[in-house]
Design a protein around this ligand. Structure first.
Ligand code: CFM
Length: 537
């Protein structure tokens, strides 16, 4: 059973005591004891990890290629770099996709790489990159090729953008490059921004034919992990809401190209895609608001928001019908499971949005989130977008291009006129994300870029019933006798989004927190004598 008596301030002080004073001073600002929703607290985020500290973070290339473009099935995602970078990106993330017919283009199972060698590092890799574009074109005849830069590309100065322009001309398909070298930012978050920029520059707006149907929305920041997008698509279709484009779970190039024709942008993962939402509003006049399809209640709320936006009586009624039907099944599951999960505790350290979104599901299970944090969230993901103007721009953030966006006079369409907008604004918060801290309990520990050491100490002291993170943390945590649920890949379970997803999650968490296996195992060092040493100074 969890030990929740621990004073979080004491935990923080104990952790910081172990660090050299300079490091303690830095880490101190990234560890906040939450004072509850009324108090506005600042947290330090999106800064470099201190060298020597074991972080959970990934690289800029991972955020660009793996996260944002990875789930799009009919684009050849060509990695310019050594083969190791491609091996990482090759189906190691659990994006799923569903081509409409067996012979529809789907390149997601392939790893496209220029396989740079030492000689390319010395003499340059542009020739090899051009050859790779031609080869990919000859074999697959794709609609588009995206070229992703890995660290050595930036170091030797290969110009992927010039190659992309030349190849676009030669092959007659859309080819564009990303300067997403792994070291480009402090985490994968920089890669999201770089991907967003290129999508706006090179893809969105190329096809003016919208999807067929009424109530056209784009779903931004949903990546179809574990089939989440399929469940969201099912629910939207049932409601009669048309998905015009998805960025980018189960998506295609065609969807990206027609995204500017939608009536509304809804944003799931704020961290990875808020740039596209903002830029599309300026350029094409599409309003956006935040939604969350993780959690049954949150899904219902999000559907109601969408229906409210369109203001169509039939749509509103249909959405209520769908919610009532889906909630009946959810209620059955929760009634059976909740008595077994109530009072249990969870901790979540994932990415830049799930550490917030999944708290919804744990609340539905009657569980408490003792501590949570993002790997690479920015202050706005913790404190809300109101802090954006006050965030200090440092050398690392300045490194990422900020596009200047202007209204596209030909394609701009005013979706909301003054009066209607003012009316809707009473209920819908446009351009807003209030962040994670507001939803967390008083006394909960909010920790940005959690270090491995801090993770071990959290577990030793609090003994949560479940710890949620990724594969890097999984086995260390489980060897400490605490179950770990992966929230990046879902441990090959899921979907967890929407209503059916919520039920799947309840069942999985019930099994995880109520199995006795974790109480029976002992790590070798708990059973046998070990030799320990200490520094003399
Ligand atoms: Fe957004 Fe993501 Fe996440 Fe993310 Fe990610 Fe991911 Fe994630 Mo892993 S885009 S921030 S960079 S929701 S890959 S699909 S699970 S860390 S919390």
């Amino acid at each position: 059973m969890a030990n929740i008596e621990m004073d979080p301030q004491r935990w923080k002080q104990e952790i910081l005591k172990k660090y050299p004073s300079k490091i303690a001073k830095k880490r101190e600002k990234s560890i906040v004891v939450n004072d509850g929703p009324e108090v506005k607290q600042a947290i330090q985020a999106n800064i470099r990890t201190i060298p020597g500290i074991i972080t959970q973070r990934g690289c800029t290339y991972a955020g660009c290629k793996g996260v944002v473009l990875g789930p799009t099935r009919d684009i050849v995602n060509l990695v310019h770099g050594p083969i190791g970078c491609s091996f990482y990106a090759w189906l190691t993330r659990r994006n799923q996709t569903l081509p409409p017919t067996p012979d529809s283009p789907n390149y997601m199972m392939y790893a496209f790489s220029t396989d740079m060698q030492d000689s390319n590092i010395v003499f340059g890799g542009e020739i090899k990159l051009k050859q790779a574009c031609r080869e990919a074109f000859q074999i697959f005849k794709p609609k588009a090729i995206g070229i992703f830069s890995t660290c050595p590309v930036g170091l030797i100065g290969d110009d992927v953008h010039a190659v992309a322009r030349e190849m676009k001309e030669e092959l007659g398909i859309n080819i564009f490059g990303f300067s997403c070298e792994g070291y480009k930012g402090v985490s994968q978050s920089a890669g999201h921004h770089i991907a967003n920029n290129a999508l706006v520059k090179h893809v969105i707006g190329r096809n003016d034919k919208p999807a067929e149907g009424k109530f056209l929305i784009n779903m931004l920041g949903e990546y179809n992990i574990g089939g989440d997008a399929f469940e969201i698509e099912r629910v939207l279709a049932k409601c009669g809401i048309t998905l015009n484009a998805s960025f980018s779970g189960n998506s295609t190039m065609e969807q990206f190209e027609r995204a500017h024709t939608a009536d509304l942008n809804v944003v799931m993962c704020h961290r990875s895609i808020n740039y596209v939402a903002e830029m599309m509003e300026k350029k094409y006049g599409i309003p956006w608001f935040k939604v969350n399809f993780i959690g049954a209640e949150a899904s219902a709320k999000s559907l109601r928001k969408i229906a409210k936006y369109f203001g169509d009586k039939d749509l509103i009624a249909r959405v209520e019908d769908v919610i009532a039907g889906e909630m009946a099944t959810v209620a059955k599951a929760i009634d059976a499971i909740k008595p077994r999960t109530t009072g249990k505790t969870a901790m979540m350290f994932v990415g830049g949005s799930r550490a917030h979104h999944y708290q919804e599901l744990f609340t539905e299970l009657g569980m408490t989130t003792l501590s949570a944090g993002y790997e690479f969230g920015h202050r706005d993901d913790y404190e809300g977008r109101r802090v954006i103007p006050t965030i200090t721009v440092d050398a690392d953030s300045r490194n990422i291009e900020e596009l200047t966006i202007e209204k596209d006079e030909a394609k701009f369409r005013e979706r909301l006129t003054g009066e209607k907008k003012a009316e809707l604004e009473k209920d819908l918060q446009f351009n807003e994300y209030e962040g994670m801290m507001k939803d967390m309990a008083k006394g909960a520990l909010v920790i940005d870029d959690l270090s491995h050491y801090e993770m071990e100490k959290l577990i030793e002291i609090y003994h949560p019933d479940v710890f949620c993170a990724g594969i890097k943390e999984k086995y260390c945590v489980q060897k400490m006798g605490i179950p770990l649920k992966q929230l990046h890949s879902y441990d090959y379970g899921g979907p967890y989004a929407g209503f059916e997803g919520a039920v799947n999650f309840y069942k999985d968490i019930d099994m995880i927190v109520n199995t006795s296996v974790w109480k029976l195992i002992k790590a070798p060092w708990e059973k046998e004598a070990v030799i320990e040493a200490q520094y003399a100074v």
